[in-house]
Design a protein around this ligand. Structure first.
Ligand SMILES: *Cc1c(COP(=O)(O)O)cnc(C)c1O
Length: 426
């Protein structure tokens, strides 16, 4: 790495073997261990595989101090991430602001409200920079020279940006009707873009076959177990930035179902390592009314969810058949949390409220999460006097069409003081 961008080693680095604290890839249901390799599922039950770590070996070595001494990026948590060499991507990703949202809290009548603001993530302004930083580093370690993804937009944007910075080829597969802002934002990095005539679930199905045929690192398919681990950093940061505490209530969007279970896993890992106290933190899933398979299953008290055909302005979370939906339901229930869904009008209203009270412009996914948090607070599911964190995962500048028709045309006047005064003074 060029010295200008390399980061200081954390004090725990000396204690790491080449593989760090990573133990294996383990079938989540089967318990079968596999070596660290590109892999999507367990061969015996076709269930997901997950990275396991040696937490006992971390104790006393991965500490608040060792983390605080790390870089101001998501790599400050590298001991809890599945890479073996130095980070190869995302040296400026993560460590986004945790905003104490007092003006919004006052509006909602609650006491301690935080916004975890990944609309400010780098370089592509969404939470996806976390998962892609880990996946692209892992693609390097496995010797791939081309990365790809199935995406609702933000993932493709992030993959394109990180691949460009790392000097890798990128091929991104997206639904044909992506927002114009997302399309332009990703194309500037020069990836090969393939628009698929179908929705995200069609794109994802095709990408599983593509991963079998081409020797590409499809970040959310054959690198999925490593990719998803990157999402833990959203949760680690919330805990560290709250002063090594967990919020009592965390409201997270649910699309494919990566981020919510990984925030919960992050909390549990910090508890296991003694870095935060176990306060019984509860998780809540937020979905758009037009694509809410998980919230519907919660409301019906069903063990499994039924896939849906999405119809919502919150396109980045419009996934009708979430890959990890089963685990979202499991974790929400285990934590004692819940869920809510928001209509398109409620989503836009929440986007405007967040902008007007906290100066944060999020996309419809963030509007969904805030709108659902408001419902959960107003219906008493989340008590107003307890600590609440709302996870804002994307930036509004990429989806300006969501605000079409929201504002009157701004006045245009001659460049004359008398016209200005006439306008202002009425
Ligand atoms: C991808 C995405 C999510 C959440 O997706 P999961 O698949 O559930 O992790 C949330 N918000 C935005 C803006 C996204 O791009």
């Amino acid at each position: 790495m060029p010295t200008a961008t390399s980061q200081p080693e954390s004090p725990a680095a000396a204690d790491r073997s080449a593989q760090g604290y990573v133990k294996s890839l383990r079938g989540k249901e089967s318990g079968i261990d596999y070596p660290i390799e590109p892999r999507t599922i367990c061969d015996t039950d076709f269930g997901p595989v997950e990275v396991t770590y040696d937490y006992a070996a971390m104790k006393g070595k991965v500490t608040r101090a060792s983390i605080e001494a790390g870089p101001r990026s998501l790599w400050r948590y590298r001991d809890l991430l599945p890479i073996s060499g130095e980070p190869r991507a995302g040296l400026r990703s993560g460590f986004t602001p945790l905003v104490r949202a007092d003006r919004l809290a006052q509006h909602l009548g609650c006491k301690e409200l935080y916004i975890k603001d990944d609309s400010a993530n780098y370089p592509s302004f969404s939470y996806k920079d976390r998962v892609v930083s880990v996946a692209v580093t892992k693609a390097f370690e496995f010797g791939f020279d081309c990365v790809g993804c199935a995406s609702t937009g933000n993932l493709a944007h992030s993959v394109a940006a990180h691949a460009a910075a790392a000097g890798m080829e990128a091929v991104v597969m997206v639904p044909h009707d992506l927002e114009a802002g997302k399309m332009a934002a990703m194309r500037v990095f020069g990836p090969r873009v393939v628009r698929i005539e179908g929705n995200y679930d069609d794109v994802n199905r095709l990408c599983s076959q593509i991963a079998d045929k081409y020797n590409w690192a499809i970040v959310n398919v054959n690198l999925r177990p490593f990719y998803t681990e990157g999402a833990k950093t959203h949760g680690f940061e919330i805990a560290e930035q709250m002063g090594w505490r967990l919020p009592q209530h965390t409201v997270s969007p649910v699309a494919g179902g990566t981020i919510l279970p990984k925030i919960y896993k992050a909390y549990k890992e910090f508890i296991e390592l003694g870095l935060v106290e176990d306060n019984g933190a509860k998780m809540y899933g937020a979905q758009a009314q037009g694509c809410n398979p998980i919230v519907t299953a919660l409301e019906e008290d069903a063990e499994l969810f039924r896939p849906q055909k999405p119809d919502t302005i919150a396109k980045s979370i419009a996934i009708g058949n979430p890959a990890d939906g089963y685990y979202v339901l499991k974790d929400i229930r285990e934590s004692g949390g819940g869920g809510a869904s928001a209509t398109d009008d409620e989503i836009v209203a929440a986007m405007k409220l967040l902008a007007e009270t906290e100066g944060i412009f999020t996309e419809p996914a963030g509007g969904t999460t805030l709108a659902c948090a408001i419902k959960l607070i107003e219906n008493g599911t989340i008590p107003k006097d307890e600590s609440i964190c709302v996870c804002i995962t994307g930036n509004g500048l990429k989806t300006i069409e969501a605000l079409d028709g929201q504002f009157d045309e701004a006045a245009a006047i001659p460049a004359k003081m008398k016209d200005f005064s006439a306008l202002i003074d009425g």
